[in-house]
Design a protein around this ligand. Structure first.
Ligand SMILES: NC(=O)c1ccc[n+]([C@@H]2O[C@H](COP(=O)([O-])OP(=O)(O)OC[C@H]3O[C@@H](n4cnc5c(N)ncnc54)[C@H](OP(=O)(O)O)[C@@H]3O)[C@@H](O)[C@H]2O)c1
Length: 307
């Protein structure tokens, strides 16, 4: 069955915009809710994409959006949250965006009889993982997988790179303005994956019944330490600087100070905790069918060299 009308939650963001473009290229109707219309304005050029300013945390609003679709893709996620309170395993923002929204989505899909859902998770999730981000993402996976009436596919990417990423671009920018970088997690391993490949994975599974009930890891062809990625970002942008690796306790102290930065932290204590486990595919990882990942070296030099 071809799904013709897709509700794309989180479609205004970095990855969502690429998924919206690729879905639109297949001629499907794509509904993109956003809290602020301005954030999705760049999607106006896509003829079959409809932007709706809406509060998807409101049950009635979410239900009416789900009603207009025959499949849902849920990408909503945040990277930072307040610290957890006593008795809670993650902070309030993670609870709302990852756990509560997923619960609401399951309810709306049930009442509106929408069965197909592709859900964005993250590589390394686990209920006992070292960070609130990874634990709350695991809780969301559990909620959606336990909904018996849903045909779910879960996607777990490693860190995602691409022209508008907040990862390699950030490290390039930091090296432009700082004489030396001091960072924790320098030896943590990542397997970065290209945003267009991530989008292609979502589009390729949406109608594929063989992917129902499956979880796929989305990883690039190579593994790098954070130190190596920072070096590449510096090299490609023409501002390579020395990097001092900080021990865990100093990295946490630095992150704690960064959390007071206006406009959101560059790195939080929770991000430092996430890096205690490598973010790479394991022996049991499954990739989506017929999916091929683009090497970072084929793409990143072009956009990092811009400024
Ligand atoms: N980027 C990566 O390297 C990476 C790696 C692994 C997994 N992921 C996961 O992939 C997903 C998308 O990531 P991204 O990098 O594209 O993120 P992004 O650019 O920050 O976009 C986040 C999207 O989520 C929506 N959103 C966030 N909080 C919300 C809330 N409380 N209520 C309603 N909408 C909310 C935003 O909508 P508005 O328009 O309303 O702001 C936006 O469309 C996330 O779940 C993330 O955890 C990302």
């Amino acid at each position: 069955m071809r799904h013709e009308s897709i509700l794309l939650l989180g479609g205004s963001g970095f990855i969502g915009s690429h998924i919206a473009a690729q879905l639109a290229a297949t001629g499907r109707h794509v509904i993109v809710p956003t809290r602020r219309y301005d954030r999705a304005r760049h999607l106006l050029v896509l003829p079959t994409v409809q932007i709706v300013e809406a509060d998807i945390m409101d049950d009635a609003t979410l239900s009416s959006l789900v009603q207009r679709a025959d499949a849902v893709i849920n990408l909503v996620g945040v990277l930072h949250s307040q610290q957890s309170r006593a008795g809670s395993k993650w902070g309030r923002d993670f609870e709302r965006a990852h756990v509560e929204l997923t619960r609401k989505l399951v309810r709306s899909c049930r009442t509106q009889n929408v069965r197909r859902c592709v859900h964005m998770s993250a590589l390394g999730v686990g209920l006992n993982a070292p960070s609130m981000y990874l634990r709350s993402k695991a809780a969301a996976e559990k909620i959606i997988l336990e909904a018996p009436f849903l045909d779910v596919t879960i996607m777990r990417p490693s860190v995602v790179f691409g022209e508008e990423d907040k990862f390699l671009n950030l490290f390039a920018k930091l090296q432009k303005f700082m004489p030396v970088l001091a960072l924790g997690g320098a030896d943590a391993k990542f397997q970065p994956v290209y945003v267009k490949d991530v989008a292609q994975a979502f589009v390729s599974v949406i109608d594929n019944q063989q992917t129902y009930g499956k979880t796929f890891d989305l990883v690039g062809p190579s593994v790098y330490t954070l130190r190596e990625l920072i070096k590449l970002a510096g090299m490609y942008s023409g501002h390579e600087r020395p990097l001092i690796g900080l021990p865990h306790f100093l990295a946490k102290l630095q992150a704690w100070m960064l959390e007071f930065m206006p406009g959101g932290p560059l790195m939080s204590r929770d991000n430092v905790d996430s890096m205690q486990v490598d973010n790479v595919a394991g022996p049991r990882s499954q990739l989506p069918p017929d999916w091929k990942a683009t090497p970072l070296e084929a793409v990143a030099p072009h956009y990092l060299a811009r400024d």
